[in-house]
Design a protein around this ligand. Structure first.
Ligand code: ZN
Length: 226
């Protein structure tokens, strides 16, 4: 039975280590197979679209991905000892991270990548894509190298600040954060013209349906929470 593992947060040293390569013999270890089962469950329950082993305190080079957008090529799959063989283009977009909850920020990533590695049975795998999918792979790879997106991002901010209409979803939240608008003077002006995209720039929104993911696949404004 898979079980949900604790996702460690920024500040935990395991997130800053370069994760160790998985030895092929480890694939036959039931505990390693259990780790992968647990990572899928933990990712789905978070919810997120990707999860790297260091995020559950295991410093090994393995991550799981599932964009959950109805496209089979977008997961679910695991990649062990991943490497990029193709990196092309550049696009800036929003990301979030399960280890930095409720925050998003902007950073550039390669627009298209091809990632190779092995799966849990030891078979060679290759995953190629663009947009959110490519971004997710790069985000997970960074976890394996001890880097968090917040190290590279600008304008890291609470998710709520991007969702002007979100207060209605959490009645009473206004009272919990009196004066929060005042903490971010000028934030509206900094993103003039981005209003049309902001409802998608929410970590949770991505998980709500295929519509959000379809937007994300254009590689524009949707974040990765992974
Ligand atoms: Zn992450």
């Amino acid at each position: 039975m898979p079980y949900r593992r604790e996702i460690v947060r920024d500040g935990h040293p395991v997130l800053r280590k370069v994760a160790k390569k998985v030895h092929p013999e480890e694939l036959t270890d039931p505990l390693f197979q259990q780790l992968i089962d647990d990572m899928y469950l933990t990712m789905y329950e978070a919810p997120g679209i990707g999860l790297a082993a260091p995020q559950v305190s295991v410093s090994k080079r393995v991550f799981v991905v599932d964009l959950q957008d109805g496209d089979d090529s977008h997961g679910p799959f695991e990649v062990i000892n991943p490497k990029f063989t193709v990196t092309e283009g550049e696009v800036e977009s929003s990301e979030g991270c399960l280890s930095v909850p409720a925050m998003i920020g902007e950073l550039p990533r390669f627009e298209r990548v091809t990632c190779v590695g092995i799966d849990r049975r030891g078979q060679k795998v290759e995953h190629s894509g663009t947009g959110l999918f490519a971004r997710c792979l790069q985000h997970e790879m960074h976890h394996l190298d001890g880097t968090l997106y917040v190290d590279l991002a600008k304008d890291v901010r609470p998710v709520e600040s991007d969702r002007p209409g979100s207060e209605g979803d959490r009645p009473g939240s206004e009272g919990d954060r009196p004066g929060s608008e005042g903490d971010r003077p000028g934030s509206e002006g900094d993103r003039a013209g981005s209003e049309g995209a902001t409802p998608d720039a929410d970590v949770d929104a991505m998980e709500r349906g295929r519509g959000d993911a379809a937007v994300a696949d254009r590689g524009d404004s949707s974040p990765v929470s992974a």
